[in-house]
Write a protein that binds this ligand. Structure first.
Ligand SMILES: [Mg+2]
Length: 302
């Protein structure tokens, strides 16, 4: 009995020690996990932002991505894949808009939002109409959609222009404005410091009518009642206006830092009407633009 009792005591001691060690080990594992988790949740925003290298791109809609058309201006675009019908309204996707969306939506370091002065209902419907190569819509892929209801009222003076009474607070997309880039056809639509994060596309014009020379298209738009202020003043100006989204796309391929993109954009003079020479060199070495040109059914650039 004695040897077996002694053996039993030794075994009990070993089991007790193992149990104690397992408890200590599991406590060691458990406590830091709990603390890490709790501290992680309480990490200040500034620390979290350092690991977030994403660019928060905000695209305006009207005259930035689409040209709104009156019903009597639609007939020349029937059958054109760029034509969008939203309720009773029509819009034409601007050249490069679809390519810009495809590229930015598929980029892991870019979050794409939309901020438009249109109503939420209209914006959601319009973005739903923009379908991409994988069958999903721009609405499906957007990070945030902000609308008229999200604008900040800064004046109730109705004699002022819409963009002087209402402003886009881009911090609603991301609080750190240094990570945000707003692309706009209106230079001062952003609230406060958001203006410094705005890439202004300069003057925008009605699109050329399909299968027409520049002169014939210009004349027909006038016949359709469009003020000449909204028509490209020259063939070169028309060409440059229709390349700006491609240049933006090329800039986004090279950098995700809004400050760097804005600095580069000044070299290309986005606000200018005539195309700067640097644009040709830029587009010549932009792979996505080259692929776009290759896919075109005819040799004549749009
Ligand atoms: Mg606009």
């Amino acid at each position: 009995m004695f040897p077996s009792k002694k053996l039993s005591n030794i075994l009990t001691s070993i089991l007790l020690m193992l149990g104690l060690m397992m408890t200590i080990t599991s406590c060691q594992n458990w406590v830091p996990q709990q603390l890490t988790s709790t501290f992680g949740a309480r990490t200040p925003n500034s620390t979290q932002d350092q690991s977030d290298t994403r660019l928060y791109l905000i695209l305006d809609i009207d005259w930035t991505l689409v040209s709104p058309l009156e019903n009597h201006q639609v007939s020349d675009f029937i059958g054109d894949q760029r034509l969008l019908k939203v309720g009773k309204e029509h819009y034409l996707l601007k050249e490069g808009a679809r390519e810009l969306l495809e590229m930015t939506f598929s980029h892991p370091e870019i979050e794409v939002s939309f901020f438009s002065g249109g109503t939420k209902k209209r914006n959601l419907e319009l973005l739903k109409e923009i379908t991409l190569e994988d069958g999903k819509s721009a609405l499906d892929k957007s990070y945030k959609v902000l609308s008229k209801e999200d604008l900040t009222v800064i004046s109730k003076d109705e004699s002022l222009r819409f963009s002087e009474r209402f402003k886009k607070d881009i911090s609603k997309v991301h609080p750190d404005l240094k990570k945000v880039l707003l692309v706009e056809d209106l230079a001062h639509f952003a609230l406060g410091d958001g203006v410094n994060q705005t890439l202004w596309l300069g003057k925008t014009f009605y699109p050329p009518l399909p299968y027409m020379s520049y002169q014939d298209s210009y004349q027909k738009w006038q016949d359709l009642g469009v003020d000449t202020r909204y028509l490209a003043p020259s063939k070169e100006a028309d060409w440059w206006a229709r390349r700006k989204l491609f240049v933006l796309q090329a800039l986004l391929e090279e950098s995700r830092d809004p400050q760097e993109i804005l600095r580069q954009a000044t070299q290309f003079d986005f606000s200018g009407v005539e195309p700067p020479m640097a644009v040709h060199q830029m587009l010549d070495r932009a792979p996505l633009y080259q692929r776009f040109i290759e896919r075109m059914p005819c040799a004549i650039p749009l």
